[in-house]
Design a binder for this molecule. Sequence first.
Ligand SMILES: *Cc1c(COP(=O)(O)O)cnc(C)c1O
Length: 430
Amino acid sequence: MSDGPTYGFDTLQIHAGARPDPATGARQTPIYQSTAYVFRDADHAAALFNLQEVGYIYSRLTNPTVAVLQERLATLEGGVGAVCCSSGHAAQIMALFPLMGPGKNVVASTRLYGGTVTQFSQTIKRFGWSAKFVDFDDLDALRDAIDDDTRAVFCESVANPGGYVTDVRAVADVADAAGLPLIVDNTSATPYLCQPISQGATLVVHSTTKYLTGNGTVTGGCIVDSGKFDWSASDKFPSLSAPEPAYHGLKFHETFGNLAFTFHGIAIGLRDLGMTMNPQAAHYTLMGIETLSLRMQRHVENAVKVATWLEDDPRVDYVTYAGLPSSPYADRAKRCYPKGTGGLFTVALKGGYDACVKFVDSLEIFSHVANLGDTRSLVIHSASTTHRQLTPEQQQAAGAGPNVVRISIGIEDADDLIRDLDQALAKACS
Ligand SMILES: *Cc1c(COP(=O)(O)O)cnc(C)c1O
């Protein structure tokens, strides 16, 4: 099929990027388990290596199965192109890589996945990059944090672990006024609940490990390019606007126009960083995406039921689900996330750290794992696991204090989930 704006989300999540295999007619996208691709002749090979012709060379750069996933994600997010890579964390490095340089910084929300806080506050320093964390509800603080060395603004749409919701449009306006790209991690919302590009984001990153694959089988990541940022408007982004010595002085923005970031991600990012997605992973993720909207509807429906039940329980201190009418973000959630705020939230227990540990050990349907966005319901005690490397202040800012359990609601029967939570709370709070 030809993809176009005339098709709805449910159609595109199944068909975008895929076509019957030209060699065999296979209807499902084959797993092209091949490292290399035969050149037609020496001229063809030279044209491919010069980026004068687009095609397959070697699977560190491009692979036909991965290419279908890239086109599907670009379509669902409303972008012009996408680059898949080996994990969500790889996608974040790949997104920042063409923008940053020694001495440059990214201004990031305090409300981020714990692993991202660690990546940004510790590991990127080894590249000479740094991150400044601010509360993105305070747009003046965000404006003040941006300086001459800032090269990107970064946030999550629905933030892990608290289920906090960002007003992407408001943040995008600030980034735009400063002439900076906004990168939105859309992992927890998925393009079904939020399309950051339509609200002004420049790049969208995903851990495809989570809801997009949806069944806890493979790790993967993706960067979707809106194609809307003018990389040549200032001299801040020389990787995209200035001559590239590794390609005989080619300028990515001048040569590839709105696909500059995507081409750079493949021709430089994957070529030299090698954070490549393998075709098996792309296959599992393509399978998952076919049912994304159905699963997200059920995740939201179940999360509303379970969060409502937990909020009324006397053993519970508070629940952070933005989909609850009592949430301080209820108005923003309705305005910016009309289909719901996903299946992720935290619950704080009155019994504190000890009750939380007993609680996660007593659950039967819920699994205690470091993952989210599975068909299965999952829990984790963030303070003793994913957010363990953070300072107590960072834990609080990220919504992952010692009395807090993160819950990723699956697509099981909501009544069974509630019964399981009830019996575990009884054991934890006795
Ligand atoms: C899991 C996750 C990541 C990291 O993704 P990996 O695939 O585990 O590398 C980044 N951001 C968010 C919001 C996540 O949930």
